[in-house]
Design a protein around this ligand. Structure first.
Ligand SMILES: [Zn+2]
Ligand SMILES: [Zn+2]
Length: 424
C-alpha cells in the first residue's frame, strides 16, 4: 500500500514536471514570435515568474499597439456576413496590411466602414479598394469610406479596382461614375468648406475574363484577378503576392477551376462558405427551393468549400459569408470537415491573422468603441470659400439671429489659434 502511494506520487510529480516543461516551452515558443508587442520585454523571462507590475503579452490584437515586421502580413476581417448587416457581422470586407507599409481593402460591404475605423489607421493610407463584384454586401459601404475618409484625412482620390461586366452598365466604372452622381448633393455641399483633394473616385476597371492577369503592380506588390462564377458574368477573385507570401481573396462564387488553379499553395486563402441549407430555411426563412438554389448553386456550400480547400491546400483556409452563431458554427464546421482536414479559420468580424513564412497567428481584435479618426498624415489644404454654393435668399432668410451667442466661440478660437475669423 505504501509502495503504491509512493508510485502514484512519483508518477504525479513526473507528470507535473512534464506539463510545466511543456507549458514553458510552448509559451516561450509562442511569445518568441510576437514582435513589437507590449510585454515583449518579459517574453524571454521564465513565465512562471510573472511580474505583478509589468504587462504580459496579449492574446488579442489591440489596434494601434503592434508594429508590423518588414516580412509580415496582417489581415483583418472587417466584415464576414451577409447583405443584411447585423451588429455582430458587417458584410464582406478584408483589410490587408503589409510590412512595407502598403494597405489594401478587399471588398467594402455594408456596415464595414465602421470596422475599418476601429483599426485606427490614418485615412491617407486607406486609398486602395479592390472589389470582387458589385453586390452591395461587397461594396455597399464604399460611399462611407469615400466621403468619411476624405473628411478625416484622405487627401487624395479613392482608387477603386473592380471588374467589367457583361455590358458596360454592369461594370465598375459605370458603378463608380453613378455613385459619384448619386452623391452630387453631398459633395456640392462640402465645396469650399473642407480640403477638396479626397472627394474624387479613381476607377480602375479591368476585364473580368482576365486569367490571372496583373491588375496592380507597385512597390513589390503584385495583385492578379481571375474569374468567379456568381449571379451574372463579372465577379472575380484576387491574389496578392509580396515578399514570398501569397494571399488569395475569393469573391462570391460557385467552386471554380480558376480558383483551383491560381489559389494553389496560398499562404492564406479566403473563399466564401455559405450558410448551410437547413439553416437558410429555418433561420433565414428561405423557401427550400431558393435555399437549395442560392446555398449550393449561386454560392459555395460548406462541403464544397472543404473540397476546394482540399485541392489547393493553403497554409490557412478562411471561410466566410455565413452568420456565425452558437447554433450555426458547429454545423458549418462539421460539414467542412467531411471534405477537408487542414488548417481552418471560420471567420468572424475582427478576426486577425499575422502571416509570416514561419507562422500564421490567429486572434480576435478588441476594439475601442469610442475611437475618433486618427490624425491626418499631411497638412490639410485650406479650402477656397469663394466656391461655396450659397443658400437661396428664401432659405438664408429663415436664419434666427444667434450672433450674440456664437461670437464668444469665435473670440475663443481666434484667441487660442491667433486668427481673425468673422461670422458670416
Ligand atoms: Zn454576391
Ligand atoms: Zn456576397
Amino acid at each position: 500500500m505504501i509502495f503504491k502511494t509512493k508510485r502514484v506520487l512519483i508518477v504525479a510529480s513526473m507528470t507535473f514536471v512534464a506539463v510545466m516543461l511543456y507549458q514553458w516551452g510552448h509559451l516561450d515558443g509562442r511569445e518568441g514570435k510576437m514582435s513589437g508587442l507590449i510585454g515583449e520585454s518579459i517574453a524571454a523571462e521564465n513565465p512562471l515568474k510573472m511580474s505583478p507590475v509589468k504587462a504580459r503579452a496579449r492574446d488579442f490584437y489591440a489596434p494601434n499597439s503592434e508594429d508590423l515586421r518588414p516580412d509580415e502580413m496582417r489581415l483583418i476581417a472587417c466584415g464576414t456576413g451577409m447583405p443584411t448587416a447585423r451588429p455582430k457581422q458587417a458584410a464582406s470586407c478584408w483589410l490587408l496590411e503589409l510590412g512595407n507599409g502598403d494597405k489594401f481593402i478587399f471588398d467594402i460591404g455594408t456596415g464595414s466602414a465602421e470596422r475599418i475605423s476601429a483599426m485606427q489607421i490614418p485615412y491617407n493610407y486607406l486609398d486602395k479598394v479592390f472589389l470582387s463584384h458589385l453586390h452591395t454586401d461587397h461594396f455597399g459601404d464604399l460611399d462611407a469610406l469615400f466621403v468619411g475618409g476624405a473628411l478625416a484625412g484622405r487627401q487624395k482620390p479613392l482608387r477603386v479596382w473592380g471588374p467589367s461586366g457583361g455590358t458596360p452598365e454592369r461594370g465598375t466604372k459605370y458603378a463608380m461614375d453613378h455613385l459619384r452622381k448619386a452623391l452630387t448633393w453631398d459633395l456640392d455641399g462640402r465645396m469650399g468648406l473642407t480640403d477638396p483633394r479626397g472627394y474624387h473616385i479613381e476607377p480602375h476597371e479591368f476585364d473580368y475574363k482576365g486569367m490571372n492577369q496583373i491588375v496592380y503592380q507597385e512597390n513589390g506588390v503584385t495583385i492578379r484577378s481571375f474569374p468567379a462564377i456568381h449571379s451574372l458574368d463579372g465577379p472575380v477573385s484576387f491574389s496578392v503576392e509580396w515578399n514570398g507570401l501569397k494571399f488569395v481573396f475569393g469573391g462570391d462564387t460557385f467552386p471554380n477551376k480558376w480558383y483551383d488553379e491560381y489559389a494553389k499553395g496560398a499562404d492564406l486563402a479566403i473563399h466564401e462558405c455559405f450558410i448551410a441549407v437547413p439553416d437558410l430555411i429555418t433561420k433565414f426563412k428561405f423557401t427550400p427551393q431558393s435555399a437549395l438554389a442560392v446555398g449550393t448553386q449561386i454560392h459555395t456550400a460548406p462541403e464544397a468549400f472543404g473540397k476546394v480547400m482540399s485541392r489547393i491546400k493553403p497554409r490557412m483556409a478562411v471561410a466566410y459569408h455565413f452568420f456565425k452563431d452558437f447554433d450555426t458554427t458547429g454545423s458549418i464546421y462539421e460539414r467542412i470537415r467531411t471534405t477537408y482536414d487542414g488548417p481552418l479559420s471560420l471567420a468572424e468580424d475582427y478576426m486577425v491573422w499575422n502571416i509570416t513564412k514561419d507562422d500564421i497567428r490567429v486572434r480576435l481584435a478588441v476594439v475601442d468603441e469610442d475611437v475618433w479618426p486618427p490624425p491626418a498624415t499631411e497638412k490639410p489644404q485650406l479650402p477656397d470659400p469663394s466656391i461655396r454654393i450659397p443658400y437661396s435668399d428664401m432659405i438664408s432668410g429663415g436664419k434666427l439671429d444667434v450672433k450674440d451667442v456664437i461670437q464668444p466661440i469665435y473670440d475663443e478660437i481666434n484667441k487660442k489659434y491667433k486668427l481673425n475669423e468673422k461670422q458670416e
